[in-house]
Design a binder for this molecule. Structure first.
Ligand code: KG4
Ligand code: ZN
Length: 339
């Protein structure tokens, strides 16, 4: 049995959660900062860390109140200590250390990307069949992993340029839509047709890496015209906007699914897990409905950044006796080793 208070502050969400036995989420509070960064169309690191400082105490207090427990009922304090923006990470790590020390409980440092994979079991009775291929698709990460158990994870491939969520956000900007663009482009794509043959970048035949910058540029040229050639005349109407979104989404989804297939074959996987903000994408979910292996997605509220996934994975670390000490560092890079 474990009751873990978890803290997440790696990027632009300040979050805290109370998780029991690694799966039952007693509370999950997320203070999003997206209104602070919207006008910059991206996360401004200094604004993010300042907002974390202001919000972390109210968010942790709220998560304890929603869980209806006191600190005496907490067995460990978990924190996402990598990867992320250094200023943002430092707020969560420092807070978690101070709290763990003051209530005299173990501290558990968790890798945020690893936790995105774990999010598929939260509030569910999913039992993942290992070895599993894991795909993390978010605004900051696009990578494939092989998992032999929840704690034996290796990196099999990653993006060589943009993350897929970043490509969604940039395409949304090109189309004059709001930030973050993923959910908006997804919604419009569902009303459009795949009429434009945007490029799919598979890199070499065996590659498990990703590249999305060529696709993003293809959308830019389609919308604004190719530099040095005649400018596009007609403005984009509503139907074309939807068709561009559907065609872009089709290219993203096809690329992701192809790479999952390659990884499953190479590592003889028994299941697939998908996590991160883009795992909320309706096109990706429907493309994998009839996949040859079981495919697990998180519940929609656990796709984007949250602390419940940190508390869930921390239970696995704690059960294996892997705890951190007060020297735990905030580290900008992920710590998952390459295959
Ligand atoms: O996991 P997350 O909250 O933050 C990072 O760790 O990056 O992911 C945020 C990203 C954003 O780029 C957002 O546009 C994208 O996830 N996103 C989506 C959808 N919902 C969120 N992308 C495509 N389709 C969606 N439905
Ligand atoms: Zn994330």
């Amino acid at each position: 049995m474990s009751t873990i208070l978890a803290i997440e502050s790696t990027c632009d969400e300040t979050a805290a959660a109370v998780v029991v036995n690694g799966v039952q989420v007693r509370s999950s509070v997320v203070a999003t900062q997206f209104e602070l960064h919207r006008k910059f169309r991206g996360v401004v690191p200094e604004i993010a860390s300042r907002a974390h400082i202001e919000r972390i105490l109210p968010v942790v207090t709220e998560s304890m109140q929603q869980a209806k427990i006191g600190f005496d009922a907490i067995d460990a304090v978990a924190v996402a200590h990598r990867p992320g923006l250094i200023g943002s990470l430092l707020v969560g790590v420092t807070f978690a250390k101070a709290l763990a020390w003051s209530i005299d409980r173990p501290l558990v440092g968790v890798d945020h990307v690893h936790a995105h994979l774990y999010s598929v079991v939260l509030d569910s009775d999913v039992q993942v069949q290992f070895p599993a291929v894991g795909l993390v698709v978010s605004g900051g990460h696009t990578a494939l992993y092989v998992l032999n158990s929840w704690l034996e994870v290796t990196l099999a491939g990653s993006t060589i340029d943009d993350a897929v969520g970043e490509a969604y956000d940039k395409v949304s900007a090109i189309l004059g839509l709001e930030f973050p663009g993923g959910p908006i482009v997804d919604r419009l794509a569902a009303q459009g047709r795949e009429t434009i043959a945007f490029p799919r970048s598979y890199l070499s035949r065996q590659s498990l890496d990703f590249s999305f910058s060529g696709l993003k540029t293809a959308v830019l040229y389609h919308v604004r015209g190719v530099p040095g050639k005649a400018k596009r005349e007609a403005p984009i109407d509503e139907q074309e906007l939807r068709d561009i979104c559907a065609s872009f989404q089709g290219a993203c989804v096809q690329t992701l699914v192809r790479k999952i297939e390659r990884a499953c074959e190479r590592f003889k996987a028994n299941s697939v897990i998908v996590g991160g903000g883009v795992s909320a994408n309706s096109g990706l979910r429907s493309a994998l409905v009839d996949f040859e292996l079981p495919v697990y997605f998180p519940k929609l509220n656990y796709c984007t950044d949250n602390a419940a996934m940190i508390g869930g994975l921390a239970h696995q670390h704690l059960s294996a006796g892997r705890v951190s000490d007060l020297a735990l560092e905030a580290i900008p890079q992920s710590g998952i080793p390459r295959v």
